[in-house]
Design a protein around this ligand. Structure first.
Ligand SMILES: [Zn+2]
Length: 233
């Protein structure tokens, strides 16, 4: 599924030489010395996206040591708007945004936050159901207590998503800022954001969740406005 792996930009690769050049340039701007994996995902079922993911390079083998990588789907690279040779600046802006996530270890931080929220939700929901069951208010039927507990647990999940998405929006804004700071190309970054979102696939599930819990990313409008306001003295 993953082909044409670029590791630390030193692995020989004949495909996408322009992409490799851009990766090298952006990596140097971030002064990252550790190995960075850039993977091209060749799966037609995957939508067009670029993001930092934990990847199992060989899913057939049981391996707990997945690697953190910037994954670029072929849906992006084959799109005329993101051709690595003709849209170099936009691609660099996207790479800089993702390198910002890597350099701040965002994926790990988000993983810890998600785990913390999950454990806290489980403890609070269980405590509530138990206190309703064994509390003083014994005349309420068990099924009603359980129903209340479930409603509370669902509410808690939405509140948790809201907290998590709020935090994620902060990280996205910071990555946009850093992408601009490193590439100094405001228009390329703005165009990249607009074009990526035009390609984005939206599902009903995420639509409902975003409606209730707030969006995981700032809106295009907010992002563009923020980038426009950035100044360097
Ligand atoms: Zn991002």
């Amino acid at each position: 599924m993953y082909e044409n792996v670029i590791i630390h930009d030193s692995t020989p690769s004949n495909s996408y030489p322009d992409l490799k050049k851009s990766v090298s340039e952006i990596r140097q701007k971030f002064c990252i010395t550790e190995k960075i994996h850039i993977l091209i995902k060749k799966d037609p079922k995957s939508g067009p996206y670029v993001r930092v993911e934990n990847v199992e390079l060989d899913p057939s083998k049981f391996n707990l040591h997945s690697i953190e990588a910037i994954v670029i789907t072929e849906g992006i690279l084959k799109n005329e708007n993101f051709n690595p040779s003709t849209n170099e600046e936009e691609l660099k802006a996207i790479l800089a945004h993702e390198f910002s996530h890597i350099s701040h270890k965002d994926l790990k931080l988000k993983g810890i936050l998600k785990l913390g929220i999950f454990v806290l939700d489980a403890i609070v929901s269980t405590t509530l159901v138990c206190s309703l069951q064994y509390g003083r208010n014994l005349e309420v039927p068990f099924i009603e207590k359980l129903g209340l507990g479930i409603i509370f647990a669902i509410l808690l999940v939405f509140i948790s998503f809201r907290v998590y998405f709020n935090y994620n929006r902060e990280l996205e804004t910071r990555s946009d800022e850093e992408a601009y700071c490193k590439t100094k190309n405001r228009e390329a970054l703005k165009n990249a954001i607009i074009k990526i979102n035009e390609l984005g696939v939206r599902s009903v599930f995420w639509g409902i969740l975003y409606f209730v819990a707030g969006n995981s990313h700032p809106s295009d409008e907010e992002r563009l406005k923020h980038i426009d306001a950035l100044k360097f003295d």
